[in-house]
Structure formats: structure tokens, C-alpha cells
Design a protein around this ligand. Structure first.
Ligand SMILES: NC(=O)c1ccc[n+]([C@@H]2O[C@H](COP(=O)([O-])OP(=O)(O)OC[C@H]3O[C@@H](n4cnc5c(N)ncnc54)[C@H](OP(=O)(O)O)[C@@H]3O)[C@@H](O)[C@H]2O)c1
Length: 332
């Protein structure tokens, strides 16, 4: 292992001892993790709250958790120690990870985190920690849905529902950058943001004629339909699809929509569901390349709704659960 340098024996962490509301989150000292041979110890610089972090904390998303469990999935930071068999990293490297805090792994909401080297990626030069942190989960999700699941191609048309949110913004940004025509739904206040992300058209999702408007804007049908709000009005969405259209399902855990089966199969259409939590290290590494390209090129960006210290991790979760208009950053 590389020299420990001035890594303290204890660190401040936000953790739970059992699932519960945000009130279950404690902030206090825990032993600084010692990286295993295949891990890298990272001193964190920027953290962010995702919806899934609140589901893991509450127990709504069941996954193996150590106890005490440090909450949080994503981090940006600097390498301070490298395990003996961990390759590709050196002390001082600026790095990021977006797959801690589930599947038995400790989370990221602490001053230090031991990260498996295969889940750690270099932060591109010139990219600041906060700008990166706010898109790590959302952009990787957008990449998996658009390219692994939907197989989006140049010149295709995609309808993005709830396009101004965390994932929606990244879906618009990556789809537009890939040469797709993007039709977004968002509240009118967010129309300029969506256009800035690359949407060709923006429709108010509360418009009573929403689906008629979408049909007018996609007269040849939509190749991909992606609903970030989890509403899944399939009775109206499926008839909007072009031949071989793909609906992406990635939100709306308890939605039980009516599916117009005939409208689906006569189009050779399909519904593809996925959860990034199931992605393996190869898929995550492929997404990381896209995230880094998007950060370097400026394609990927997000709005920051709030910036809270780690001591206020519970408030950060409450803010996320209240539905913030932008991303909630946490500064360790
Ligand atoms: N499956 C996966 O791998 C995966 C990964 C990441 C996230 N997710 C899930 O994806 C969903 C979105 O995540 P996020 O981080 O993007 O959340 P978010 O930032 O809260 O965005 C949700 C968006 O939906 C919009 N919206 C609300 N009601 C709507 C409606 N009736 N019609 C259209 N849009 C509506 C919101 O608009 P307003 O601001 O106007 O309310 C907001 O822009 C969450 O359920 C999350 O758990 C799943």
C-alpha cells in the first residue's frame, strides 16, 4: 500500500444504524476506512444526494448494508492511499465514483471512502468537483437508458417527460449531442433550461392537450419515449410511438398503468426497464467514459438547488425528498 500520509484514524461521516426516516441519519466520528488491496482511499471533496439514496436510507430499496452504514452513492475527491493490487491510480489523482452505498458497499457521505479501484474513474483536468458531482448518477443513468437500453440513433426522435429534472436534463443533453431530435415536457419556467440542454421543442406537462401537442410535434412517431416522472400514461404514450419505438421505464416504483397491448405490438414496439443499481462494472465504466467526455466538453451540466455541509446530511435528504428544483450538493 502507498504511504498513509496524514490520514487521521477517525473521520466525520453521515451514517445510519438501521433504515428509517431522515431523522435516523447521524453525523459523527467513525474509524477512517483502511483500503483493502484492491481499493483506493479517497478524501472526498463534493457529494450529492440522489433519490435512490433516500430509498436506501429508508429501506424502500432493499440492498445489503453494513452497520453502521455510511449513506450516499457518489463522490468526487482526491486519492490519498492506493491498495497493493489496485492499479491505475496514484496519490494525488482527482477521481470520482458513482456506485458506493449499495450491494454491501459503504457509502460516500464521509471525509474518506475506500473505493474498489474498478469503480473509480479519473476526473478530467479542468473540471471542478461540484460540477462533476451533480451529474455522476444522473448522466450515467441517461447513458445506460439511451444507448444500452433504447439503442438511440442519429436522427431519431425522443420524447423526454420531466425533462428539467436531474436525469431528464442529462437525457436531453446526451440525446441532443448524439444527434437525436428531442421533444421535452417541463413546466414553462423550465423551457429555456431545456432548450439550453438541447431540446428542439418544449411542451408544458400540465397542458390538458399534452398528448395531442406531442403527436403534432412528432408526426412520424417517437422512436423513444422516456418518462422521468414515473407517470407512465401508456394509454396515451404508446400511440405516439413510431414503428420499433422504445419506451424506457426507470421511475414510478408503484405505477400500475394500463397497457394498450394492440397498439404496442402492431408497432413492433417495446418497453425496456432498467435500474442503474444493477449495472455491472463494465457498463459503469462505459458510462464513465461518456460522463467524462460530457464534463470535458461542457455537454453535461446541472442546476444546483442547495449546498449543505456534511453536518446537515439529514437536511440534505429532507430537501431531496421534498423535490428540490435542482441538485443538492453536500460538502464534506
Ligand atoms: N432506474 C434508474 O436507474 C434510476 C436512476 C436515477 C433516477 N431514477 C428515478 O428517476 C426519477 C427522476 O429522477 P431525477 O433525479 O431526475 O428526479 P428530479 O430531479 O426530481 O426530476 C423529476 C422531474 O419530473 C418532473 N415532473 C413532476 N411531475 C411531472 C409530471 N406529471 N409530468 C412530467 N414531469 C413531471 C419534475 O418537474 P417539476 O420540477 O416541475 O416538479 C422534475 O423535473 C426518480 O423517480 C428517480 O428515483 C431511476
Amino acid at each position: 500500500m502507498s504511504p498513509a500520509g496524514d490520514v487521521p484514524a477517525q473521520m466525520t461521516a453521515a451514517y445510519i444504524t438501521e433504515p428509517g426516516t431522515a431523522d435516523a441519519i447521524r453525523v459523527g466520528p467513525l474509524p477512517t476506512p483502511r483500503p483493502a488491496a484492491d481499493q483506493v482511499l479517497v478524501r472526498t471533496e463534493a457529494l450529492v444526494v440522489n433519490h435512490v439514496d433516500t430509498f436506501v436510507r429508508s429501506g424502500a430499496y432493499r440492498t445489503a448494508l453494513p452497520s453502521p452504514f455510511v449513506i450516499g452513492r457518489d463522490l468526487v475527491g482526491t486519492v490519498v492511499q492506493v491498495g497493493s493490487t489496485a492499479t491505475g491510480f496514484a496519490v494525488g489523482d482527482r477521481v470520482w465514483c458513482n456506485s458506493l452505498g449499495h450491494g454491501g458497499r459503504q457509502g460516500s457521505f464521509a471525509q474518506y471512502a475506500a473505493v474498489p479501484a474498478e469503480r473509480l474513474y479519473r476526473l478530467p483536468d479542468g473540471v471542478d468537483a461540484e460540477s462533476a458531482a451533480v451529474v455522476l448518477h444522473t448522466a450515467a443513468t441517461a447513458h445506460l437508458g439511451l444507448f444500452r437500453e433504447a439503442g438511440l440513433r442519429l436522427g431519431e426522435t425522443i420524447i423526454v417527460g420531466g425533462a428539467a429534472g436531474g436525469v431528464g436534463s442529462c437525457v436531453v443533453q446526451l440525446a441532443a449531442a448524439a444527434g437525436a431530435r428531442v421533444i421535452a415536457t417541463a413546466r414553462p419556467d423550465d423551457a429555456d433550461w431545456c432548450r439550453g440542454c438541447g431540446a428542439a421543442e418544449v411542451v408544458d406537462y400540465r397542458d390538458p392537450e399534452l398528448f395531442a401537442r406531442l403527436a403534432e410535434l412528432a408526426p412520424d412517431g417517437a422512436d423513444v419515449y422516456w418518462d422521468n416522472a414515473g407517470v407512465h400514461d401508456l394509454e396515451h404514450a404508446v400511440p405516439l410511438l413510431a414503428r420499433r419505438g422504445r419506451i424506457i421505464a426507470m421511475a414510478g416504483m408503484s405505477a400500475t398503468p394500463t397497457l394498450p397491448v394492440g397498439q404496442l405490438y402492431v408497432r413492433d414496439a417495446s418497453i425496456r426497464g432498467f435500474a442503474i443499481s444493477n449495472a455491472g462494472v463494465d457498463d459503469l465504466a462505459a458510462a464513465a467514459k461518456v460522463v467524462n467526455h460530457g464534463l470535458k466538453s461542457g455537454i453535461l451540466k446541472a442546476r444546483i438547488a442547495d449546498r449543505l455541509p456534511l453536518a446537515q446530511a439529514a437536511d440534505a435528504h429532507r430537501r431531496q425528498e421534498a423535490g428540490p428544483h435542482g441538485r443538492i450538493l453536500v460538502v464534506p
